[in-house]
Design a binder for this molecule. Structure first.
Ligand SMILES: NC(=O)C1=CN([C@@H]2O[C@H](COP(=O)(O)OP(=O)(O)OC[C@H]3O[C@@H](n4cnc5c(N)ncnc54)[C@H](O)[C@@H]3O)[C@@H](O)[C@H]2O)C=CC1
Ligand SMILES: CC(C)CC(=O)C(=O)O
Ligand SMILES: [Mg+2]
Length: 356
């Protein structure tokens, strides 16, 4: 089994190092090979997703990914920006199904910005479509407007689009995930305004008829954003498009205590996957040994489960994470009175020591 390790920028190398440390401590038989990605790859090779990196990712059983991006690259032409590396990997590998579980560990009930009773026992699965929508739709660009409110003015435009097969396959993923949970799917859309999302709603409804055991409801994205902080436990599986899923999953992360707690798995139809924390490269805290590595470590557990057929090892990691939280160890983002503040490396070491 081969794992491509792509650490990237900002806190990426720090958090990935801790996940690799945990994987190595499991004593399993897999090869890990690292490659440059994002701003680090641009600085070294002139491209954020070099051919060699893409090739390594495509021929690996799984990719462990940190994060890409740094403010210093924000003025580059878009194809050269670090973020194009993760978008390119998602596109080239066909990683259309993004799982973002928002679980509030009981030890972190008080780390959330919400009242403890709202988040205690929270376990939501956000399923985000990852290769379509306005993030990938063409055409896009800048031009001089020929119509609209200001003809003759400079304007920019993007294209929101979804095809029937794209919606059908992510809907099947969501319904099948719900069958293994509490059998409820909330499809989040903006069908009251957008044609793309009326189509989304219609197709999800059709697919839902194939799953009579799963209860389907629909919610507009603005209401979903509100309900997530008003009554988050009303949700079980949430399925939505690329952009809404991006935004709602960052919001949901705060229900768990921190974005540093939210892992993710991005899967294609061949069983290959890319595993990364849901957050970005956090340049504001990079190099300070304060980033929370648990989202990345938990992403490595998802990798063992979904791509490497190592369920027992995945559970060992998850139990170790729970154990370090029970020991009261906290990186600054999840620290609260009465707990022990530790750094990125110390948190990784603690997880290794807690492995059984
Ligand atoms: N998949 C990826 O590689 C992603 C890359 N990005 C890129 O990351 C860069 C920074 O973007 P932001 O909007 O600031 O989002 P971000 O997720 O990197 O950071 C948002 C806030 O959360 C904090 N944070 C994030 N991860 C943390 C962790 N593990 N432990 C403790 N605190 C953590 C940061 O310090 C910051 O205050 C940008 O270049 C952006 O494009 C953003 C999201 C995903
Ligand atoms: C570079 C972005 C598209 C990544 C992002 O924000 C995400 O996947 O959550
Ligand atoms: Mg995001």
């Amino acid at each position: 089994m081969k794992i491509a390790v792509l650490a990237g920028d900002g806190i990426g190398p720090e958090i990935v190092a801790e996940a690799v440390k945990v994987l190595n401590a499991l004593d399993l038989d897999f090869d890990m090979e690292s490659a440059l990605v994002g701003g680090a790859a641009y600085a070294a090779t002139g491209h954020p997703l070099p051919e060699a990196t893409l090739k390594l990712a495509m021929e690996s059983d799984a990719v462990l990914f940190g994060a890409v991006g740094d403010w210093k690259y924000d003025t580059l032409d878009r194809p050269l920006r670090p973020e194009q590396a993760i978008l390119g990997l998602r596109k080239h590998m066909g990683l259309f199904a993004n799982f973002r579980p928002a679980i509030c560990y009981k030890e972190l009930t008080h780390a959330s910005s919400l009242k403890p009773e709202l988040v205690a026992g929270l376990d939501i699965l956000i399923i985000r479509e990852l290769t379509g929508d306005i993030y990938f739709g063409q055409p896009r660009g800048r031009r001089i407007a020929t119509d609209g409110h200001f003809p003759g003015a400079e304007e920019a435009f993007d294209t929101m689009r979804y095809s029937r097969p794209e919606i059908e396959r992510i809907a099947h993923v969501a319904f099948q995930a719900a069958q293994k949970r509490s059998k409820r799917v909330t499809s989040v859309d903006k069908a009251n305004v957008l044609e793309t999302f009326q189509f989304w709603k219609d197709v999800v409804t059709e697919v839902g008829k194939e799953y009579p055991d799963v209860q389907l409801d629909h919610m507009y994205v603005d209401n979903a954003a509100m309900q997530l902080v008003k009554e988050p436990k009303r949700f079980d599986v949430v399925v939505t498009g690329n952009m809404f899923g991006d935004i709602l999953s960052d919001e949901a992360s705060m229900l768990t205590g921190s974005i540093g707690m939210l892992p993710s798995a991005s899967l294609n139809s061949k069983g290959q996957g890319l595993y990364e924390p849901s957050h970005g490269s956090a340049p504001d805290i990079a190099g300070k040994n304060i980033a929370n590595p648990l989202a990345t470590i938990l992403s490595a557990a998802m990798m063992l489960r979904f791509s490497l057929n190592q369920e027992a090892a995945a559970q060992r990691i998850e139990a170790a994470v729970q154990a370090v939280l029970a020991q009261g160890l906290r990186t600054p983002d999840i620290w609260s009175e009465g707990t022990t503040r530790v750094g990125t490396v110390e948190m990784g070491d603690a997880v290794v020591n807690a492995l059984r």
